[in-house]
Design a protein around this ligand. Structure first.
Ligand code: ADP
Length: 194
């Protein structure tokens, strides 16, 4: 089993790259942002709570998102592992994920960190807003999301870096070239371990 965290700021390409690399490793792609947007579309209680945080560019509280993630994981069985996209976003979530995987005899194998300069991130998200229809893809919310990323999510990268699991990737350039770079960096890291 292989568990990869795809990590990066809003607009860094987590969703795009997760989609591009999942078939290579036969992984199931879990995007907590997509799961929450689905809850909102279905107008569930979780969705109604989450919407307030998402629209303000804030994180959904840890206890809620950890429960959502645990529920998705419980339903999984058939794949070779998981790509976690947009989770964990706080150290509390990282610790919870480690515990959940440990119970299954698994662990996070690597954190792929998509690095993109801040001004390009804002530009990408504002461009995406023309087609995404996402209520949080506006300048005010994206600036807020970036602040939250720096203060609460960067420590997650440091948490896994201390365990030797951090793989920095330049997230600027041709999408396919970035995917190939991620795949070969992961292959290298995983081969070294066995
Ligand atoms: P992006 O990475 O571009 O911000 P996502 O779809 O991953 O897009 O997340 C959108 C929003 O969903 C976040 O700003 C946050 O409000 C909420 N969200 C997603 N994942 C989490 C998480 N792990 N913890 C808390 N909130 C989350």
């Amino acid at each position: 089993m292989l568990n990869i965290v795809v990590f990066g700021a809003p607009g860094s390409g987590k969703g795009t790259q997760s989609d591009a690399i999942k078939s290579h490793f036969n992984l199931f792609h879990i995007s907590t942002g997509d799961v929450l947007r689905q809850e909102i579309a279905l107008d569930t209680e979780t969705g109604r709570i989450a919407k307030k945080y998402i629209d303000g560019g804030q994180l959904v509280p840890d206890d809620i998102i950890i429960e959502v993630l645990a529920h998705v994981l419980d339903k999984l069985d058939h794949q070779d592992g998981v790509i976690f996209d947009g989770f964990p976003r706080t150290v509390v979530q990282a610790e919870a994920l480690d515990r959940m995987l440990e119970k299954r005899g698994q662990r996070v194998d690597a954190l792929v960190d998509l690095q993109v300069p801040e001004e390009l991130l804002v530009e990408r998200v504002l461009n995406r807003s023309k087609v995404s229809g996402r209520s949080d893809d506006n300048e005010e919310a994206v600036r807020q999301r970036l602040e939250v990323y720096k203060s609460r999510t960067i420590p997650v990268m440091e948490y896994y870096r201390a365990m030797g699991k951090h793989i920095p990737i330049n997230g600027v350039g041709d999408i396919n070239e970035i995917s190939q770079g991620i795949i070969s960096a992961l292959e290298q890291k995983l081969n070294r371990k066995v």
